[in-house]
Write a new protein. Structure first.
Length: 400
């Protein structure tokens, strides 16, 4: 991922669609890691092709010829990097991409962009029409031997309701990144309409009772994620899993949308969450910089502090004592093994970031309450090496 922490402003092409920058940084970083990981073991996995499907491709809010701030240009660039890297490693995997767009004007631009700018060695196809109506065509294009990453990023929420996604979710060897517009669903609707919307989006009406604000948002998101997972193929060892990133409104203290990620592999969850964690400072900086720009616009006065100086004021760290309590409740006086699957379970269950879990564990090891039976010597960070072949064993020491 590009390290933009020191930059004071986000790229000019993202002015007015600042949150898309976070989405694109995540897409950029994750797609690359994913296709390199799968590409390196393609032969072992019986996979002959890596496919990328952009279900709501655009171009959207980018009038430039290079479409630099769109998922079209970003994904093609990443696919090209992956193809070159895999070829260098002697892994010749076919890489294809499908871009679906309903709007005629946008489609014409998409078509001409792909015709003129698709990197050599990548097969890219534009497909005009409604994503929902084209689901079977999309699946036929994917075929049965490909690993497919679906990026589903509509403007609203209707085309990504649980039931509508069912045929795609049932496809094996697939991962999904879906924009979940919670804010849109609840806006300007009567109670009865809200129920209809919830059924369309989630597949059921959530019982939100007295839940408000963040608790309600998490509950609704949890139902969406669970119902999507139910429709994915699952084997006992490879249950469907999900994680998400909360993308905040560019100015207001509320979620603009969530990027919901679905996979059948624990490694997917740990990598996705590591990338989300690395994006946290970028997200803070983008928000601080946006707020500052709008203050300057309103007052007409420059400001002494740069956006970089102000990001700390936005910090809302997790309650590390709560994370420590969680670990203590999960451990016992008998050794418990934590490999990648177990660590992914914790990430999925708690929504905490990998660094939070590691930091809290480090505190408990430092104060002698927990012991990592497989750690040789003292560690300063990453107190659990869950990625080791057999994971590592943790145990309560009994010391209060
Ligand atoms: C939010 S924009 C996509 C942005 C793009 N994914 C990106 O990151 O640069 C959504 C796009 O989906 C298109 N769209 C909306 N409904 C659609 C549908 N049912 N099927 C296909 N495309 C649709 C819109 O015309 C618009 O171009």
């Amino acid at each position: 991922m590009t390290d933009r922490r020191d930059e004071q402003h986000l790229p000019a092409a993202y002015r007015g669609k600042e949150t898309a920058f976070i989405k694109h940084e995540l897409l950029r970083a994750y797609l690359k890691r994913l296709f390199l990981i799968i590409g390196m073991s393609a032969q072992k996995l019986g996979i002959t092709e890596l496919c990328y499907v952009d279900g709501f491709a655009g171009p959207w809010m980018d009038e430039s010829d290079d479409l630099g701030s769109t998922s079209i240009a970003i994904s093609l660039g990443i696919l090209d990097e992956c193809r070159q890297e895999l070829a260098k490693q002697g892994r010749a995997v076919r890489i294809r991409a499908l871009y679906v767009e309903k709007n005629g004007v946008a489609f014409a631009r998409l078509e001409s962009y792909l015709r003129e700018r698709t990197p050599s060695g990548i097969e890219a196809k534009p497909l005009e029409g409604d994503f929902v109506g084209l689901r079977q065509t999309i699946l036929d294009w994917c075929g049965s031997k490909a690993f497919v990453f679906f990026f589903l990023d509509p403007k609203g929420w209707k085309p990504v309701g649980v039931k509508l996604l069912q045929p795609l979710l049932a496809r094996p060897q697939s991962e999904f990144l879906i924009t979940f517009m919670y804010d849109f669903v609840t806006r300007f609707v009567s109670k009865q309409d809200l129920e209809t919307h919830m059924i369309e989006l989630l597949g059921e009406v959530p019982n939100v009772g007295d839940l408000h604000g963040l608790a309600r948002e998490k509950h609704v998101l949890g139902i969406y994620r669970n119902n999507l997972k139910q429709l994915m193929p699952a084997k006992a060892r490879w249950p469907a899993r999900s994680a998400y990133v909360r993308v905040l409104d560019r100015e207001k203290e509320r979620a603009k949308y969530h990027l919901v990620y679905l996979t059948s592999h624990p490694h997917g969850i740990t990598v996705f969450m590591e990338i989300s964690e690395a994006l946290e400072p970028v997200q803070k900086l983008v928000r601080a910089s946006t707020k500052q720009a709008s203050r300057i616009e309103k007052t007409g006065q420059g400001e002494l502090w740069t956006a970089v100086n102000m990001t700390d004021a936005e910090e809302q760290p997790v309650d590390i004592v709560e994370v420590e309590r969680f670990w203590l409740a999960h451990l016992s006086d008998q050794p418990i093994k934590f490999g990648e699957a177990e660590f992914a379970d914790l990430l999925e269950k708690t929504d905490w970031l990998p660094g939070d879990l590691q930091r809290a564990l480090g505190n408990l090891i430092g104060t002698g309450k927990v012991c990592n039976l497989d750690a040789e010597g003292k560690r300063k960070s990453r107190f659990l090496h869950f990625e080791k072949k057999n994971g590592e064993r943790l145990q309560l020491t009994g010391d209060e």
